[in-house]
Each structure stands twice: as C-alpha cells, then as structure tokens.
Design a protein around this ligand. Structure first.
Ligand SMILES: [Zn+2]
Length: 235
C-alpha cells in the first residue's frame, strides 16, 4: 500500500504491506496507508495488523484508524487484532495520552503482544518476529508463511546476520534500502544500502528480492525490483 522511507516519496504513502491469503494481514501502518486502503473499500477490512517498531512512518495511521473506527465508517466492523512488540501496548498508551486518551488504541483494536522468536497466528498466517538492529529502537522483522509460501519483511534494519535468517529460503524477501551508502548512516547502524541488502539476500537463499523504503531521489541499479505504492505481487 505504501513503501516510502521516513519522509514520503512524491505522492506516496509510508510503510504498509497488505498480505492476502485466507485472511488479510497488514504489516505496518504508516501515514498515507489508511487512505490507500480506503481507495479500495469504504473502510479497510483487515483481520490483523502487525507493527515492526514505533517510528512514526511505520505506525502513524493507527491514530486516524482509531478516529474512523469510533466515529466513521469503521464503527460497525469487527475489531482488528493489533500485534505489537512486547512493550508495545505500553508505548501506545503513552502516545495515546498525548494524542487522545491513554486507552484510545485498545478501545478499537484487540491488542496482542508478540515475542522475539515465537511464531504467532494472525489472519491465517504464521508470523515469526525476529529482532533486528535499528539505531537504539526495539525493532523486529517478520517472516510470514501460510505453509505454502514464505515472505520475509525486514521492517527497518541495519546490517545483521539476522536478516539472512529472517529470509532463509523465502519465496520473497521485501527489504528496505534507505541508504545510498552504509557510511551515510548513523551509529549504531539503522538502515541498509543496496550492496548491504544484496549481501543479506545472497546469504539468505531467498528466491526473489523486492527493494522498498527507498528514497525516490536515490539512484537504484538496474536489475533490482523496486516497490511502488499499489504494487500487487503474487508470491
Ligand atoms: Zn524506523
């Protein structure tokens, strides 16, 4: 639905990836994603949302999702499971104190906590969260399977051997490449350059690579498949 980095690409939405199988799972929900989903249906019908980390570009549209669920077209729809990192509910409560009410998110969503390395079931998928390095923020990548196909999603990550584990032999590896070069990053590292993505992909044995979270203004070598908003892929 959206693939922009921390600042939006022209006309773009930020992080949001909708997996459709026996159910519908939205991975991350950044600014612009809710509007994109609403382009397809009055109010999004998803079974579960899973958030990788609490940078705004990965969760910000949960705020208007609350308002639309309380006062708009989402009002009469079933509650959506919201899967968060172990301390995620606490973090959302802190955001809620400033943005509305401390319990604004739990009024609308069924809050669930995932644990590092422990698969959870959501929207008919099995999702394995693995911890990844992203500056000093607690961050996870997701390895998602329906027992037939497997997709790995990096979320945001600096270089790590865990990326290859996350995407081990996956059918599709959706991986961020925010940087032109690794030395453009802060310390500790938090994002990847294309050559670092390529190294993780090669080490993973994954079958197909989709680059995402890539600033529009950066060049991307020919031969890479690069995400765009609205891209629809059969895994
Ligand atoms: Zn981030």
């Amino acid at each position: 639905m959206g693939c922009s980095p921390a600042w939006p690409n022209p006309g773009g939405a930020q992080s949001g990836y909708l997996l459709e199988g026996s159910g519908r799972l939205l991975m991350d929900c950044g600014p612009g994603v809710l509007a994109r989903l609403r382009d397809e249906e009055g109010w999004p019908r998803v079974d579960a949302i899973a958030i990788t980390h609490f940078h705004l570009d990965h969760w910000g549209d949960l705020v208007p999702w609350v308002w639309g669920s309380l006062y708009g077209l989402g009002h009469d729809l079933p509650r959506v499971e919201l899967w968060l990192s172990p301390r995620g509910a606490e973090q959302l409560s802190e955001f809620g104190q400033r943005l509305g009410w401390p319990d604004m998110f739990e009024r609308v969503f069924d809050l669930r906590a995932y644990e590092e390395g422990e698969p959870f079931e959501a929207a008919g998928f099995s999702v394995l969260p693995l911890r990844l390095p992203h500056y000093t923020l607690e961050t996870y990548g997701f390895r998602v399977t329906n027992d037939d196909k497997t997709l790995a999603y990096s979320g945001d990550s600096g270089p790590s051997d865990q990326l290859a584990e996350l995407a081990r032999d996956a059918d599709l590896f959706v991986c961020e490449a925010t940087l032109l070069t690794g030395d453009a990053d802060g310390q500790p590292r938090g994002h990847l350059s294309l050559d670092e993505v390529q190294a993780a992909f090669d080490a993973s044995g994954a079958k197909r690579l989709l680059i995402t979270h890539r600033p529009h203004e950066l060049p991307t070598d020919d031969g890479y498949e690069v995400a765009y908003d609205g891209l629809d892929i059969e895994v």
